[in-house]
Design a binder for this molecule. Structure first.
Ligand SMILES: [Zn+2]
Length: 492
């Protein structure tokens, strides 16, 4: 948010606050009677060099925007807009994605779905893959028979320009288009909120490649979407267990035989973000993968990400030549039994006598107690001194901090505000950056979900961390004497 930084740097706090109340110079600062509590002696101090103000009487304070918000009884967001107008700085505050594109995608999915119903070849293909019609409806599967029909559909509704931006249409130099999903079975892809963000396309002939996906865009990020999560999340939440498979048709088959907690990445590797997403719903994830080399490699990647989020990892390797789709179709009961017999990753590695991998995976656990328990277990099982096991642990790799302009305490505060829903938080008493202030207001209004970069942050013992962050964000603690407050403030 560059414009927000521009605005904050242009705001003259003395000018802003001075337009509401009388300010008197006092050294390098300004003092005034506080308008927020009955104040006989000037208790409110303004520091032009720091761009902040605070009251030594009632403990409120913040930046110029916050003063305007409190004085006028408006939100921080409204005060920002007001100041942006005053200083003639255009700011774009709403960063939520364009809702319109989701609606257009939804209508296009429905168009494809209707096309499927009238297309014999597509229906024949679904019969061949033994996809039950209930699943065609549940996942709103579709088919693209002709670019012309799609263009006509888009044009008559005035969607063409907007839809073109998704990259789902290929535009030739002469200005004509081609539906990139032409002659393909369409698999609509929804994010966790149910919004239609992209499509998967499976050829029904011998055309290559077998699968294509919508290109990445501002609304479609493959690394942070799991296919089937929207349909599965209530079941996952209920059982606290998710099944992870590899392909679209695996998900569809599993749902069709009643294993409705199943999700898959979009034909790409399982990412850290996927793990963060699942950690919101599941305590345990069962990986239902092929037992071949590729499957084992996929387990390794997925397990490391899941463990780093404190999710228990269970593994279920399928017999050679089978995938969840084929096996679930042939013998659903056998597949279910196999999944129910899935083994904890660490138990499996002890059985396989794979010490190196055991320690490698233990290294991803953030919970020190659990890590110690697991390593002790290995030490006993294999009769190896615990010290030498610890020495095998990989060097701690620090997770990259994406700051997004927020401090650590601000992040913990916002996550706690969202997840713990505390009743007694007074933003006026907290020292928050404009970014954090805007997010806090949104969370308190209940309008917005946490942004993804915060959703995926894992804070162990959130309640305690939240309380600690809150203390650290307080402008001042009440118990401190006025004199020492003044002294501290002048040192700021
Ligand atoms: Zn005051």
């Amino acid at each position: 948010m560059q414009s927000l930084k521009d605005l904050m740097s242009k705001i003259d706090i003395v000018d802003v606050i001075g337009s509401y109340i009388d300010l008197k110079r006092s050294g390098s600062n300004y003092m005034a009677r506080c308008p927020f509590h009955p104040d006989d002696t000037p208790s409110l101090s303004v520091s032009p060099s720091k761009g902040i103000w605070k009251c030594f009487g009632c403990g409120v304070g913040g930046d110029a925007v916050k003063f305007v918000a409190m004085y006028e009884g408006i939100s921080y967001r409204e005060a920002l807009i007001k100041l942006a107008e005053k200083y003639r700085i255009p700011i774009k505050l709403k960063t939520t994605k364009d809702e319109k594109i989701f609606l257009i995608m939804e209508e296009v999915a429905n168009f494809y779905h209707q096309q499927l119903k009238g297309n014999e070849r597509a229906k024949e293909y679904l019969k061949f893959r033994k996809v039950p019609s209930a699943m065609v409806e549940r996942f709103m599967l579709g088919f693209s028979p002709s670019t012309e029909k799609l263009l006509e559909f888009l044009s008559t509704r005035g969607y063409l320009n907007e839809y073109e931006k998704t990259g789902n249409l290929y535009k030739y130099k002469d200005g004509s288009y081609r539906d990139i999903f032409l002659e393909r079975l369409i698999i609509p892809i929804r994010d966790a909120k149910g919004r239609l963000v992209g499509f998967g396309g499976r050829t029904i002939s011998d055309a290559q490649p077998k699968y294509i996906n919508s290109p990445e865009s501002s609304v479609f990020k493959k690394a942070s979407v799991l296919f089937g999560l929207w349909q599965a999340k209530d079941y996952i939440r209920e059982k606290q267990v998710a099944y992870l498979v590899e392909g679209y048709f695996d998900v569809i088959r599993m749902h069709s035989i009643g294993l409705k907690q199943t999700v898959a990445p979009l034909g790409t590797a399982f990412t850290q973000e996927h793990a963060g997403l699942l950690s919101r719903y599941a305590k345990r994830v069962i990986l239902v993968f092929d037992g071949d080399e590729a499957g084992k490699k996929a387990v390794r990647t997925a397990a490391s990400h899941l463990l780093s989020y404190g999710i228990e990892v269970f593994v279920c390797y399928l017999p050679e030549g089978e995938d969840p789709d084929s096996m679930g179709e042939r013998d659903p009961k056998a597949l279910e039994n196999l999944i129910n017999g899935a083994k904890n990753l660490f138990d499996l590695l002890i059985e396989e006598d794979n010490l190196k991998e055991y320690v490698y995976f233990a290294g991803f656990l953030q919970d020190g107690i659990l890590k110690h328990e697991l390593l002790t277990k290995l030490s006993r099982a294999k009769n190896i001194p615990i010290d030498s096991i610890y020495s095998m642990l990989p060097k701690k790799t620090q997770k990259k901090e994406s700051s997004h302009g927020l401090s650590y305490y601000e992040k913990v505060f916002l996550i706690g505000l969202y997840r713990l829903k505390p009743k007694d938080v007074d933003l006026r008493l907290l020292n928050l950056s404009p970014e954090a202030m805007l997010l806090a207001e949104e969370i308190l209004s209940g309008e917005e979900d946490l942004p993804d970069f915060l959703q995926n942050e894992r804070i162990p013992n959130l309640e305690e961390a939240f309380r600690f962050a809150l203390e650290n964000l307080k402008i001042e603690k009440k118990s401190v004497s006025l004199r020492s407050l003044r002294k501290r403030f002048s040192e700021l």
